[in-house]
Design a protein around this ligand. Structure first.
Ligand SMILES: [Mg+2]
Length: 107
């Protein structure tokens, strides 16, 4: 899911193994909640307030990074990389089929 350097991946796996699933699954939930808040705040930004938009965008990117870091650890702790990739591929294909049926997707 996340394209990152080998060293970064190895470091994330080490962090995940040191804390374990109980701790990291709680942290993951917390980061997901923070990301939801950041998504809402960015969408509600007053379009005339440029500085606010810049700050909220920066905050959203930061929260997305937190979530990606935690999900990468969850994938490691659940030992599900291949299973996940297959599921992602299947879901994307299913969405494309739905869009074709709705006339939104053209080859
Ligand atoms: Mg966060």
């Amino acid at each position: 899911m996340i394209e990152c350097e080998y060293q970064t991946t190895a470091t994330l796996h080490r962090i995940a193994d040191l804390y374990g699933y109980q701790e990291q699954s709680l942290q993951c939930q917390e980061e997901l909640a923070e990301c939801i808040v950041a998504i809402n705040k960015f969408r509600r930004t007053n379009i005339y307030k440029d500085q606010e938009k810049i700050e909220r965008r920066k905050n959203l990117i930061s929260e997305i990074a937190d979530v990606m870091i935690m999900l990468q650890q969850m994938i490691h702790l659940l030992d599900c990389q291949e299973e996940l990739e297959a599921e992602v591929g299947r879901k994307i294909q299913r969405q494309v089929e739905r869009m074709k049926e709705a006339g939104i997707w053209e080859e």
